[in-house]
Ligand binder design. Sequence first.
Ligand code: NCD
Ligand code: ZN
Length: 358
Amino acid sequence: MLWPVPRARANARAMHRITLRRPDDWHLHLRDGAMLRAMAPESARHFGRAIIMPNLVPPVVTGAEARAYRDRILAALPEGHAFTPLMTLYLTEATDPQDVIAAHQAGLITAVKLYPAGATTNSASGVRDIDKVRGVLDAMAEAAIPLCVHGEVVDADVDIFDREAVFIDTVLDPLRRDTPGLRVVMEHITTRRGVDYARSGGPDLGATITTHHLVINRNAILAGGIKPHYYCLPVAKREEHRLALRAAAASGEACFFLGTDSAPHVDPLKEQACGCAGCFTATNTLSILAEIFEQEGALDKLEAFVSLNGPAFYRLPASADVITLEKGDPVAYPAKIDTEDGPVTVFDPMMPLHWRVL
Ligand code: NCD
Ligand code: ZN
């Protein structure tokens, strides 16, 4: 049973306050150990649930590992926060379909994550040959377990800015045709091609969009000096693609929902000759999104994007709880979050943020 879904409520003073069902984050990296302890409060402060990425070292591959990781996340949450981690398994060529089904039936996992081997941070154990995971995908289609897909090919001869579009044509579309009924989330889409493909895919296809891909294009990374804190994967593309993503998010269409891909790395690992990919946005995401949706004239669609479309795709109830955002003087966020492993730079949206979460 889905909860009845009210539209975002605005007060009379021309949208100076908006109240939304509590948002969820449908793609989040919480990490482990000291980093997890520092990051769990950053997401739990505003979000009700999050799909937790399994790309730890070593990755979360079995139901038993997902249970243990879930328990570590719950132990890292501050008192009084009702935050639910929705666990995922990292798909490998050795994944046992029976373990996936059992973990899902036991309520331990919500989805399975497909990383093409080598596509991004900690993806070395990912899939090289899709034929080796056919059995798992067929079982998932049968059990309606969503597959979250990192949609980039890894071929060295494909330009990094083309990897998403080539993946859609050469991997994703054939995979969906070969596995009827498979429910797929295109994670962190970055191109107009991704937007168009998600839109045309019917009710079993969804797409997450990150906060940072609504803010930056590739100039933010490369123009006027190299800016490692804007480097993530998939890498931000040209401006026309950012505009397509903004229009998609602000459309309120059911297939598009927030997955921040908030991906913390300590500064020394970002600011070096071969820096890690990942933007850390958990702390200020909702202020950024409210600003963007206001710029788009679409504050009335914010709730669909952050609180309603995701649960509907995952066949979960929308949150019963609400949050309120208020517009006022620019909000200050910390530039960095300190962890026992070192500082993590908070994503700088390069614009003042006027919306604060009350
Ligand atoms: C992610 C990470 O650091 O784990 N990095 C990123 O740039 N988004 C991995 C991922 O989601 O691709
Ligand atoms: Zn990610």
